[in-house]
Design a protein around this ligand. Structure first.
Ligand code: CP
Ligand code: NVA
Length: 312
């Protein structure tokens, strides 16, 4: 299998086999790094990291992942470049494509990352947009595999803002990889019907289950409860409305008890706002796996760069 030259914009573009390959590669790179072995597969590769929105994990994962494999990452914030303001995205893409071998983009519009891929001529990786966060799903699935040994049939329930980038991408990834996936959210925050239908189409081929509900009993039998901030980056003005809608959907010990599964794990893409989407108590009690998940951002992002750009 080779993903050489491919961009990573949304998991919709990848087959279950390709996603599995990236997870295997990430597990292999992780095992090597634990033994102190890094590589040179990105030697001589210059990598642009464009961030319109802030980041800890994604930025550091691309930086460390590139360095570990001999690449050179360059961070460009929206204060440094004119992307879409004084210079068109198409022009910035063509310039960066002449100088860099790969481009990461985190920002608002999915359309921007797609344009960067179209016009730069080099692999472009989506480090989060309003719509999707595909690299996060690889870290989440690597973590689930580490915990349970497999992905197929795992009951994963996303609780919270069911129409944000995380809910969308988890639904796509789960449908592709055969999970039993539920979005548990108030009706006002359900995902777009068209995306749900698309994912149900994938699910018909993989044996995945896709369910969207506002019934808290849906957590029964869950292997993992996943939550995310109630206000994504750029939506901070919606705080009051979201607190009103989502307070009944807080992830707390009561909700974990409702799963009836003592082994149910907590997943969170982080950053977490404790006291809102998850209680302090529940977060701290179950934090170990959440920080495995955060660490796995680096191994999986490294795998994406190595697979699409590296000499392997
Ligand atoms: N989970 C995640 O994407 O974290 P950052 O916003 O810190 O990159
Ligand atoms: N939904 C969150 C994810 C952060 C990693 C956001 O977009 O802010």
């Amino acid at each position: 299998m080779t993903l050489k030259g491919r961009s990573f914009l949304t998991l919709k573009d990848f087959t279950p086999e390709e996603i599995g390959y990236l997870l295997d590669l990430a597990a292999d790179l992780k095992a090597k790094k634990k033994k102190g072995i890094t590589g040179e597969s990105l030697k001589g590769k210059n990598i642009a990291l464009i961030f319109e929105k802030p980041s800890t994990r994604t930025r550091c994962s691309f930086t460390i992942g590139a360095r570990d494999e001999g690449g050179f990452p360059e961070y460009l914030s929206d204060r440094d470049i004119q992307l879409g303001h004084k210079e068109s995205i198409e022009d910035t893409a063509r310039v960066l494509g002449r100088m860099f071998d790969g481009i990461e983009f985190r920002g608002f519009k999915q359309e921007t990352v797609e344009k960067l891929a179209k016009y730069s001529g080099v692999p472009v990786w989506n480090g989060l947009t309003d719509e999707y966060h595909p690299t996060q799903i690889l870290a989440d699935f690597l973590t689930i595999r580490e915990q349970f040994g497999h992905l197929k049939g795992i009951k994963l329930v996303f609780v919270g803002d069911g129409r944000n980038n995380m809910a969308n991408s988890l639904m796509i990834g789960s449908a592709k990889m055969g999970l039993d996936f539920t979005i548990l959210a108030p009706k006002a925050l359900w995902p777009a019907e068209s995306l749900v239908e698309l994912c149900k189409g994938y699910a018909a081929e993989t044996g995945a289950k896709i369910n969207v509900t506002d019934d808290l009993d849906a957590v029964k039998g869950a292997d993992a409860l996943y939550t995310d901030v109630w206000c994504s980056m750029g939506e901070e003005d919606k705080a009051a409305e979201r607190i009103a809608l989502l307070s009944p959907y807080q992830v707390n010990e009561e909700l974990f008890a409702r799963t009836g599964n003592e082994k149910c794990i907590l997943l969170h893409c982080l950053p977490a706002v404790k006291g809102k989407e998850v209680t302090y108590e529940t977060f701290e009690k179950r934090a170990e796996v959440v920080f495995d998940e955060a660490e796995n951002r680096m191994h999986t992002i490294k795998a994406v760069m190595v697979a699409t750009l590296g000499n392997i």
